[in-house]
Ligand binder design. Structure first.
Ligand SMILES: Cc1ncc(COP(=O)(O)O)c(C=O)c1O
Length: 384
């Protein structure tokens, strides 16, 4: 066979997917596995959003929208950013993409030259390093520790800046750690980025999933150098519909859209119409978020208490729907430890390897409370 590009050969498949595949394989063999690997809500989307999707079909929305997204949705995004985040944007500063993932990808491609450095706190979401690498960039990790609640210090971030640093990437609430950055920390990190003339990419996909603390929109402190990344996947349980959006300086958004227009064109037209309802029907959406948040909180509390009781040290996260547990008492190699949990306890968690989180694994509690209890019982029996 003719060869593959070096770029693609260097690109790793996400281990989240690899682990899910193994869990599915076991299930197919009739083995019951509690999957705590999912990065998606286990709830059905709110009814008013489903109804808007049906309406989109009735309206015959079968054609391309503008590459940057329908004006209707971009306007709804602007209203959301003003209403919820106190940020003022015009629709031409907003890009709708196929998930927050594509917004990030477009963003890295738009600003990085080969060798440019991207600062990110680790543990970090698995797709960041891969996307940076695909754009020719270099990942510079700033390690955060469980005992600090996975919060960085401004000094540690400052010490990692070099003349090649181009982007400071923030993700609060964080996947995988669940850390929610306090307002003062967000402000100081953005001010640091401004001092060094860096882009700030702020991944706010988990904005609405906060149990303690408050959400702080980074763009408030430096709108002109900030790309806001958000979407419909996590808050409205719409992962499969693939709608994300970015908001930022007009020239950056235009550049990202130039790329998108040559690669995928617009995100799915029916889903765009439905997400307008999620953004605009404020009360119905708020009720959905409150209901799901309450369920997540209950599961989180049970899971964190249980894992700690079993000797797997797990800090209490303030947001998102993941916990990071220390598995070194099972095996110092987190890959082996997670594999033992899967094969012997029949509980699937994602090893920290690709999150740059040695010794740890991510447990998702976007699964039923019953499953959380079952997982804990199984881990207890396994640890004997
Ligand atoms: C931190 C983070 N950012 C972005 C995304 C992308 O989500 P989507 O492409 O579904 O909008 C995810 C999904 O897992 C995520 O966890």
């Amino acid at each position: 066979m003719a060869g593959l590009s070096e770029r693609i050969q260097r690109l790793k498949a996400s281990s989240t997917i690899a682990f899910n595949t193994r869990a599915t394989e076991l299930r197919r063999q009739g083995i019951d596995v509690v999957a705590m690997t999912a990065g998606e809500p286990d709830f059905q989307p709110p009814e008013h959003v489903l109804e808007a999707a049906r309406e989109a079909i009735r309206l015959g929305l079968t054609k391309y929208t503008p590459s940057e997204g329908s004006l209707e949705l971009r306007q709804a995004v602007c209203e959301k950013l003003a209403r919820e985040n106190g940020l003022s944007y015009e629709p031409d500063s907003v890009l709708v993409s196929t998930g927050g993932k594509q917004v990030l990808y477009n963003g890295f491609q738009a600003v990085l030259d080969p060798g440019d450095e991207v600062l990110m706190m680790t543990p970090a979401w698995v797709s960041y390093p891969a996307q940076v690498q695909l754009a020719g960039g270099v990942v510079v990790p700033v390690t955060t520790r469980p005992e600090d609640g996975f919060l960085p210090t401004v000094e540690a971030v400052a010490a990692a800046i070099t003349p090649r640093t181009k982007v400071l990437l923030l993700n609060s609430p964080s996947n995988p750690t669940g850390a929610v950055y306090p307002p003062q920390l967000v402000r100081e990190l953005v001010e640091l980025a401004a001092e060094h003339d860096l882009w700030v990419f702020t991944d706010e996909l988990y904005e609405h999933l906060i149990y303690e603390g408050t959400f702080t929109p980074a763009a408030r402190f430096a709108r002109d150098r900030t790309l806001v990344i958000n979407g419909a996947s996590k808050a409205y349980a719409l992962t499969g519909w693939r709608i994300g959006y970015g908001a930022g300086p007009r020239d950056l958004i235009k550049a990202m859209n130039r790329l998108q227009s040559q690669v995928t064109s617009n995100a799915n037209a029916l889903a765009q119409h439905a997400v307008v309802a999620a953004l605009n029907q404020v009360d119905a959406t708020r009720a959905f978020i409150d209901r799901t948040l309450q369920a997540y909180r209950e599961r989180r509390d049970v899971l964190v208490e249980g894992l700690n009781r079993l000797g797997l040290a797990t800090p209490t996260p303030q947001g998102a729907f993941y916990v990071m547990a220390d598995l070194t008492s099972i095996d110092p190699d987190e890959g082996k430890a997670a594999l033992r949990l899967l094969e012997e306890a029949r509980v699937a968690a994602v090893p920290g390897t690709d999150f740059l989180a040695p010794g740890q694994a991510r447990f998702s509690y976007a699964t039923s409370l019953d499953n959380v209890h079952t997982a804990l019982d199984r881990i207890e029996a396994f640890l004997g």
